[in-house]
Design a protein around this ligand. Structure first.
Ligand SMILES: N[C@@H](CCC(=O)N[C@@H](CS)C(=O)NCC(=O)O)C(=O)O
Length: 261
């Protein structure tokens, strides 16, 4: 039986994206029916498919499945080869817990930042509850990436965790050359922030240099400078080496002063 996924506009309905992305990535064939949301007649149109009055709704012949988690569980059962959930029991439970937390939580973030991809990108001050939600999401991703690895971060996570593991062997100033990192996402930023914080805790300084436009813009938006200090974000390696030398000298001066005192 062929599947139809009834969804809202992709610009506003992040819920619709959940099964849509899963089905696309898993290669599950389906037809897509889009209902423009929040327009006269939208509600009546949705109610034709689900009395819950919400999209997405998966239609499998006569059967309608609503609620994203139920849709994904149904797809996982119908298409076991797609391996929508992890194979290993604890990893599966972990993934389900994260999906359930995402499903039920993050109210402050949802309220303050509803999805709208047409909005121009700009810094929007947020309250502490929203920032806490974002921190929690970063922590979830960081934990998942640490445990299971993954393609997020565009390949940068492994390299970063290798650095983190050997932190005590690193010199007092660590320069991260970002020129080969073509793009970064929120998990990547979180990983870099974590690394900067850990280096600082161990008494080391971190410099980054050579960031390309996309990572540079995202780091700026995320307030990455709060973790490393804006003077430690350098345009290129020459500037970074100069800065490293200045830090080293200042460190030596401080050490000498401490000895003299
Ligand atoms: N818990 C539901 C949430 C679905 C939801 O809130 N859908 C929104 C679109 S993002 C909707 O249908 N809104 C239309 C309306 O409320 O009239 C799920 O997981 O599917």
């Amino acid at each position: 039986m062929s599947l139809t996924l009834v969804i809202g506009n992709k610009n506003y309905s992040s819920w619709s994206f959940r099964p849509w992305i899963a089905m696309k990535v898993a290669g599950i064939p389906f037809e897509e029916r889009v209902i423009p949301l929040y327009e006269p007649g939208s509600r009546e149109e949705i109610l034709r498919y689900s009395s819950a009055g919400k999209v997405p709704v998966l239609l499998d012949g006569e059967n309608a499945i609503w609620e994203t988690i139920a849709i994904l569980e149904y797809l996982a059962e119908r298409f076991p080869k797609a391996e929508l959930w992890p194979r290993e029991a604890y990893a599966r439970a972990h993934a389900r817990a994260v999906a359930a937390e995402m499903h039920a939580g993050f109210q402050a973030l949802r309220k303050a930042c509803p999805m709208n991809m047409w909005l121009p990108r700009k810094q929007r001050p947020q309250n502490e509850e929203v920032i806490e939600n974002v921190r929690r999401i970063g922590a979830i991703w960081w934990d998942c990436l640490q445990r299971y690895g993954g393609p997020f971060l565009f390949g940068a996570t492994d390299k970063i965790s290798v650095v983190t593991e050997k932190i005590h062997k690193l010199p007092p100033v660590v320069i991260l050359r970002l020129r080969n990192m073509t793009a970064i996402d929120a998990t990547g930023i979180a990983a870099l922030e974590e690394l900067a914080d850990q280096l600082q805790k161990s008494g080391r300084a971190m410099l980054v240099c050579g960031a390309r436009p996309q990572p540079e813009a995202l780091m700026r938006e995320a307030g990455f400078d709060r973790h490393v200090g804006s003077e430690n974000i350098c345009e290129n390696i020459t500037v970074a080496l100069g800065r490293a030398e200045a830090i080293r000298k200042a460190g030596l001066v401080m050490a000498t002063r401490a000895r003299e005192a």
